[in-house]
Write a protein of this length. Structure first.
Lengths: 311, 91
């Protein structure tokens, strides 16, 4: 318990570990070893151990920045070596400047079925990149949820409030008539536009991420105008979990299927369809819907976590 | 480069400098919102509407909202002058 406290104050930067930690921990830490090994030299042992441990901590604190910088430099060297072995940026004979772009623009519609080349690139040619990116984002969101939605003592926002000062009087937005009327008028339009952007991702500019962000922004406006009680009817923790889980699993499994068939030159039962139709472009439309659902839920979830500490 | 693009780029520069030198955090966030909005117009002029939509929704919308909520959490938005005085006294 005590060491926990000291570590916390060290993390906050209030405390220098070398000064207090040995004294605080020494008695409880050394008692069992002192009685077990030798009771005669029990007087001498703590003092030497104390200095030893203090010296170790001191060494750790001194060496930590040094090795951190060394580690950073090593990573920089590796990355720079990789960058310098790449073809020169913007060179005429670079494949990315002629072959790849030409292939995308010439055969894009035929191969992916998407009129919007960007969607075809992101969700078909380079879907492996996108899968990795979405995992990075998912990990980031998990970290944010872990940080913001935890117990009383670890929560950085709530710790402030436990001080004696009462929180400043806040503007209650749910009582604001201007916001109320404006939200009544604008929220349906935002939702409609977001759904349009998601569903037409393969035909017109936009796609899962932008459409999902618009939907999430609409949810946030709705929540801040009418209160969280209204949004909780259809957007609670259970729905958030289920939607995120199902969409991510669908994305991973369907893309794994196309990676598998593509890498082994197998025939895939997903056809590009007629370019220009809404039900075309193979997997791009369902993937856009999955991404849109995840992004909308995540945007709203982040806002909810910031605003009241839970989804 | 058309006149409109020059004006928008200049506005972008002014916004960037102003956001850095402003004292109040709330004003900084509002300037940041304006920056994102102009940036999305510039994406539109550079013929990348995908990015324009995303910038308007994420940069001007959700990010700024999260900033506002955070400012409210740390009591940096003063609702009236009385609260302001109390805030200064404590510091």
């Amino acid at each position: 318990m005590k060491s926990n406290e000291t570590w916390k104050s060290w993390l906050r930067g209030d405390l220098d570990l070398t000064d207090t930690l040995p004294e605080a921990q020494m008695p409880s830490a050394l008692e069992p070893t002192g009685t077990e090994t030798s009771q005669t030299s029990g007087e001498e042992q703590p003092a030497s151990m104390k200095t030893l441990e203090r010296w170790e901590l001191h060494l750790f604190q001194k060496l930590y920045p040094f090795f951190a910088v060394l580690m950073g430099l090593a990573i920089v060297v590796v990355l720079m070596a990789t960058v310098f072995s790449l073809p020169r940026f913007g060179g005429e004979d670079v494949p990315a400047n002629n072959e790849v772009a030409e292939r995308y623009l010439a055969d894009g519609i035929e191969e992916t079925g998407a009129i919007n080349f960007v969607a075809g690139m992101i969700l078909d040619y380079r879907a492996f990149d996108t899968l990795g990116e979405s995992h990075v984002l998912f990990t980031g969101v998990c970290a944010v949820i872990l940080l913001l939605e935890s117990t009383e003592e670890v929560n950085i926002f709530r710790r402030k409030k436990t001080k004696k000062r009462a929180p400043a009087p806040r503007l209650d937005l749910t009582k604001d008539p201007i916001l109320h009327q404006a939200a009544l008028f604008i929220v349906p339009i935002i939702f409609l536009f977001g759904i349009y952007v998601v569903f037409n991702g393969h035909l017109s500019p936009g796609g899962g991420f932008s459409g999902g962000a618009i939907l999430g922004a609409g949810l946030i406006v709705y929540a801040s105008a009418f209160g969280f009680e209204q949004t909780e009817r259809f957007m609670n923790r259970k729905v958030f979990r289920m939607v995120t889980l199902c969409a991510l699993c669908f994305y991973s499994l369907s893309k794994c299927y196309s990676f598998f068939t593509g890498a082994n030159h197998l025939e895939s039962f997903i056809s590009p369809g007629t370019p220009g139709n809404i039900f075309s472009a193979g997997l791009i439309l369902p993937l856009n819907i999955a991404v849109g659902a995840v992004v909308a839920c995540t945007m709203y979830g982040l806002f909810s976590l910031f605003e009241r500490g839970k989804i | 480069m058309t006149m409109l693009e020059v004006v928008l780029l200049l506005f972008l520069l002014v916004c960037a400098v102003a956001a850095a030198v402003t004292k109040k955090l709330l004003v900084t966030v509002v300037i940041f919102m304006g920056y994102s909005l102009v940036m999305s117009l510039i994406w539109m002029l550079l013929q990348s509407p995908d990015l324009a939509i995303t910038e308007a929704a994420v940069g001007a919308g959700v990010t700024s909202l999260l900033f506002f909520v955070t400012l409210r959490k740390i009591d940096q938005i003063e609702t009236d002058t009385k609260g302001k005085e109390e805030h200064h006294e404590e510091q």
